[in-house]
Design a binder for this molecule. Sequence first.
Ligand code: 0L1
Ligand code: MG
Length: 263
Amino acid sequence: MTTLDKSEITRLAELLEAAELQARDVTKITDDYPGMDWSDAYAIQDELRRLKESRGHRIVGLKAGLTSFAKMKQMGVTSPVFGFVADYMARPDGGEIVTSELIHPKVEAEICIVTKAPLKGPGCHVAAVMAATDFVIPAVEVIDSRYRDFKFDLKSVIADNTSASRFVIGGRMRELAALDLRTLGVVLEKNGEVVSMAAGAAVLGQPLAAVAMLANHLGERGQEIPAGTFIMTGGVTEAIAVEAGDSVAVRFQDLGTVSMRFV
Ligand code: 0L1
Ligand code: MG
């Protein structure tokens, strides 16, 4: 049950999508709707998703955000959020990302999985995620909050599809059994310099815990993670601001490198 009515939810989704597509920032929506609740926030995100699908875009993955201590500290929040990525957000490994299409992009290194069986909460746990994991693959997410100066609260950022903007899948896929995701090292380089590093355990102690949380979040809403779903578990390190002229390479232990140039 939402506190906002259908027309307000649609208007806010349209406002946020216009900000995304026109690369212009807006003030956070809780300034105008201080009483909005979590179901309003996810209802706006659902409407955003519906708008994209109605124009022929496909939802090609799910994401958890704010799952690492580094990111929670950076953004001043205390709990994870969930969103989606669409087909038009994907860019090839080693390719270009056009910054004029974005507001104030930042990059983050993500350990990702693809599922081979459905996952449904409540009660989903790490072992269930292990059993349902087809393979592990690395990615770099480009986040781009539509909110002025990247300043928001959790409800505003959920409505804004957790700042989802671009993503680059690269490196190589590996079987989960061949890896220890907790000790898997990640080194983020910008313009040839190491700017951040961490291990997979930075994400909730075990990145697969983010997938279990996502399944439990969807379960509360009568939904599940289908087999064959690409899932980003959340930035391992804090997000790093980028601009035109920057190149980024993220080296994932055992999973190869993901790189891109910002033009
Ligand atoms: O993917 C993410 O961690 C983004 C979550 C939303 C907050 C942010 O924009 O940093
Ligand atoms: Mg992310």
